[in-house]
Write a protein that binds this ligand. Structure first.
Ligand code: G1P
Ligand code: ZN
Length: 544
């Protein structure tokens, strides 16, 4: 089994986006496409030769084929040891956990997160570095540069590895360990949260819950943790079997795509707690009876209550949120006298702050919450955190959140997405706003006065690296904000995201529907950006 060198030519467009390289399956399945990208990982990550690597994915269509390709190439590139999840399954947070626990030189996750799967749908690949976090921009840029000049890749001629059989096999000189994808992750969760208290809550017979795994990767994790270890009744985990096409749905835990779960939380007889996670298990949605917790509020509530859980009982160091995430968490940080940070969109920007011990919790409005326990956002972790709080505070989800608002004020929040718009029109819209920005401060728009308006740039406080053009921020006096940016994860045209937020200190106004409370600001955003005129869209595709 001698490694062979295969000639290839570069493909355009292999630059990783917000979260790895994402393309349609048919793009990835072209001869040499996946191979070129994987070789670019090996060519730029010297420590992998002679080192170890974690490999797994969310079970979507093409997952197993890609893993076989990666194993052959890893062996040919001199990797000494690969840990691969049984059945090719590993959630994104589990990969991060394994990299850290077994001190590997990195990990490869096969996933396009919440994007649909299937032969005509999306696939993706991302590389995580030795800290367990997504590769920083310097690394992804080096990989991209390599894809532009690549002329050969290395592979082995060998039969497929049996991914379903636990145990160790040899490919050439490389050891492949097929491991239980859940065990290490479940042990980590057990070390952070009060499983006894959660078990008692479940046993009370008064608490109704469901977890929707959306036929994606968290099924096996949730069944093991919620049902087997915590004693939730069988069937608590819905859609628990990972399917290559996620049952034909978007594995995206939000009000639009997890409708069955949302429905189950309705009515006086509704669930006390509903939660869902996405394709690769890093996102979370939290619901109570007739109650939706925005991810921005969730971060703020977890931060304010962290001391009630075993893993965070000694307090938290700092909090970071992505720029478009509501400012609710900033108010908690201020009250606690700890640092808060506003970073660009994408989990990779939290890495340095976590590594440096400047923050303990971090989150994004896009259903992502996490902490320094791994270097990815973590869906089930957030669910267990909430369950721990519910068990200890003995209150409902709605009571905990409304009490939080009474104490800190409420940040009304919504995100409007205009998906698959014409890419040139979207770029034109952003240019148009950039031209307007300098004249906006001090201007009155409806009942609001602009306090600042800029094209967000971020200087990493740890390594000083600068990331420019991270979205347009228009801040108003009193804390309201409009943010506009183009998605970095879409695979079709451009997606315009409009984030709108206002701050309401008065508890008598907290019951309003966010779409009503934010209607004037939504109007201002649409007019200012000339959304309909430029994209032809009168209404967004998705509202969350
Ligand atoms: C989206 C989210 C972002 C998240 C990313 C990966 O990226 O907005 O917060 O980190 O998915 O899950 P976007 O498409 O907006 O670039
Ligand atoms: Zn995801």
């Amino acid at each position: 089994m001698e490694p062979k060198t295969i000639k290839t030519t570069p493909f355009a467009g292999q630059r990783p986006g917000t979260s790895g390289l994402r393309k349609k399956v048919r793009v990835f399945a072209q001869p040499h496409y996946l191979e070129n990208f994987v070789q670019s990982i090996f060519d730029t990550q010297d420590a992998l030769a002679g080192g170890s690597l974690v490999v797994g994915g969310d079970g979507r269509y093409y997952n197993r084929e890609a893993i076989q390709t990666i194993l052959r190439m890893a062996a040919a590139n001199g990797v000494a040891r690969v840990l691969v999840g049984q059945g090719g399954i590993l959630s994104t947070p589990a990969v991060s956990c394994l990299i850290r626990k077994y001190k590997t030189q990195g990990g490869i996750v096969l996933s396009a997160s919440h994007n649909p799967g299937g032969p005509e749908e999306d696939f993706g690949i991302k590389f995580n570095v030795a800290s367990g976090g997504p590769a920083p921009e310097s690394v992804t840029e080096a990989m991209f540069a390599r894809t532009q000049t690549i002329d050969t890749y290395r592979s082995l001629d060998c039969p497929d590895t049996d991914l379903d059989q636990l145990g160790t096999v040899q490919i050439g000189t490389m050891q492949v360990e097929v491991i239980d994808p859940v065990a290490d992750y479940a042990a980590l969760m057990e070390s952070l949260f009060d499983f006894g208290a959660i078990e008692a809550l479940f046993n009370s017979g008064l608490f109704k819950l469901r977890f929707d795994a959306m036929h994606a990767v968290t099924g096996p994790y949730a069944i093991e943790i919620l049902e087997n270890r915590l004693g939730a009744s069988p069937g608590t985990v819905m859609n628990g079997v990972p399917l290559p096409d996620f049952g034909g749905h978007h594995p995206d835990p939000n009000l639009a795509h997890a409708q069955e779960l949302v429905h189950l939380c309705h009515g006086t007889d509704g669930l006390d707690f509903g939660a869902a996670s996405d394709g690769d298990g890093d996102r979370n949605m939290i619901l109570g009876k007739e109650f939706f917790v925005t991810p921005s509020d969730s971060l703020a509530v977890l931060a304010a209550n962290a001391h009630l859980t075993p893993g965070y009982k000694h307090g938290i160091r700092g909090i970071a949120r992505s720029m478009p995430t509501s400012q609710a968490a900033d108010r908690v940080a201020e009250a606690m006298g700890i640092e808060s940070f506003e970073t660009p969109t994408g989990w990779k920007f939290f890495g340095n702050l976590l590594d440096a011990g400047r923050i303990t919790l971090c989150g994004e409005e896009s259903f992502g919450t996490g902490s320094d326990h791994v270097r990815e956002k973590d869906g089930l972790w957030a669910v267990l955190f909430w369950l721990n709080l519910l068990a200890v505070r003995k209150q409902s989800v709605a009571e905990i959140v409304t009490e939080h608002w009474r104490h800190f004020g409420r940040n009304f929040y919504t995100r409007h997405d205009y998906e698959a718009v014409n890419a040139e029109a979207a770029a034109g819209l952003v240019n148009h706003l950039n031209v307007l920005l300098p004249a906006l401060p001090g201007k009155r728009l409806g009942a609001y006065t602009v306090a600042y308006a800029d094209d967000f740039a971020y200087t990493d406080p740890i390594d000083g690296s600068v990331s420019k053009h991270q979205g347009i921020r228009i801040g108003f006096e009193g804390g309201a904000r409009i943010v506009l940016r183009l998605s970095g994860t879409g695979t079709e045209g451009a997606t315009l995201r409009v984030y709108v937020e206002s701050y309401e200190p008065d508890p008598t106004k907290h019951h309003q529907d966010p779409q009503d409370a934010l209607a004037p600001l939504i109007r201002i955003a649409r007019d200012l950006a000339q959304i309909e005129e430029r994209t032809g869209r009168a209404e967004p595709t998705v509202i969350t």
